[in-house]
Design a protein around this ligand. Structure first.
Ligand code: R5P
Length: 268
């Protein structure tokens, strides 16, 4: 690994713990103004102090994030599809590594769609990005997307996706938690971060985080389960406590409750 690549990586995978809390706010690239991310700046900025990196598109970065903000950035560089289009897996590269360098990004992220009709094209996108990333010192995060049509979140399928991403050269692999997740981690030579997925109750999302770490993930790349929470700051603090301070779900729930707004009492 070149010095530059290693240096960029260690800006968001904290050297103290070897772990990372990535804040995923790139959803608009195919979902448009999704719930609670309608005004990106208002959602993202209060969470920035607690994130090891924000993962977003160059458009939101340029328009919504103050250039003086000292947060490492991982740029989403694949896309070209939408939730109302014919096929979400038909992604191409939408941002160059040169633009990522201009934006002082410390990583780039791209989705692969294994088992879809666009498997070949998205895996070649990854190979191309890794070649360029190695040449220019830019870490590549491969996102193993699980399309609606696949609906598979089992260890066999996710191991296949993660291993292929690592074989092609991804520096970090992002995937979903599943039963027997340690099998997915063990068979993937690259470090794994876990996506949160659709919003679930806070305690469940903390449990998912703790189970992922227990199984060997190096962190999370979490979005909706943080910023769609009624208490997003409490939530990211609790996630951080698990990822960096090795607390269990019960202790993390304590962190959440301590930082959450008091619940309004129901009128009788
Ligand atoms: C989806 O591909 C997006 O890249 C998100 O970054 C990813 O799904 C993680 O966000 P969430 O925790 O909301 O699933």
């Amino acid at each position: 690994m070149s010095w530059g690549l290693q240096n960029r990586l260690s800006r968001f995978v904290r050297p103290r713990t070897g772990h990372t809390v990535m804040l995923a706010v790139d959803h608009g690239y195919f979902l448009g103004p999704t719930s609670r991310l309608e005004k990106p700046k208002e959602t993202i900025m209060p969470l920035v102090p607690y994130a090891d990196t924000v993962m977003l598109t160059r458009g939101v970065l340029r328009k919504c994030i103050d250039a003086a903000t000292d947060v490492p950035v991982v740029l989403r560089v694949s896309g070209g599809t939408s939730i109302v289009g014919p096929d979400l897996s038909n992604e191409g590269l939408i941002t160059t590594v040169d633009d990522a360098l201009r934006l002082n990004a410390c990583g780039v992220a791209l989705s692969i769609f294994v088992g879809t009709s666009h498997e070949h094209q998205t895996l070649l996108n990854l190979a191309k990005l890794v070649d360029e990333g190695e040449e220019k010192g830019m870490p590549v995060v491969a996102v193993t997307a699980v399309g609606k049509e696949l609906g598979k979140r089992d260890a066999r399928y996710l191991s296949l996706c993660c291993r292929i991403a690592a074989e092609i050269g991804a520096h970090i692999v992002k995937t979903y938690y599943c039963d027997d997740f340690e099998k997915v981690v063990e068979s993937c030579p690259s470090p794994i971060v876990v996506a949160g997925g659709p919003k679930i109750p806070e305690k469940k999302a903390l449990e998912l985080t703790a189970d992922s770490m227990q199984a060997g993930a190096i962190g999370v790349d979490m979005g909706r389960n943080i910023w769609q929470s009624d208490n997003p700051i409490a939530m990211i603090k609790a996630v951080r406590a698990i990822v960096h301070n090795d607390v269990n779900t019960k202790e993390a729930w304590g962190v959440y409750e301590e930082n959450a707004k008091p619940r309004r009492k129901k009128r009788k």
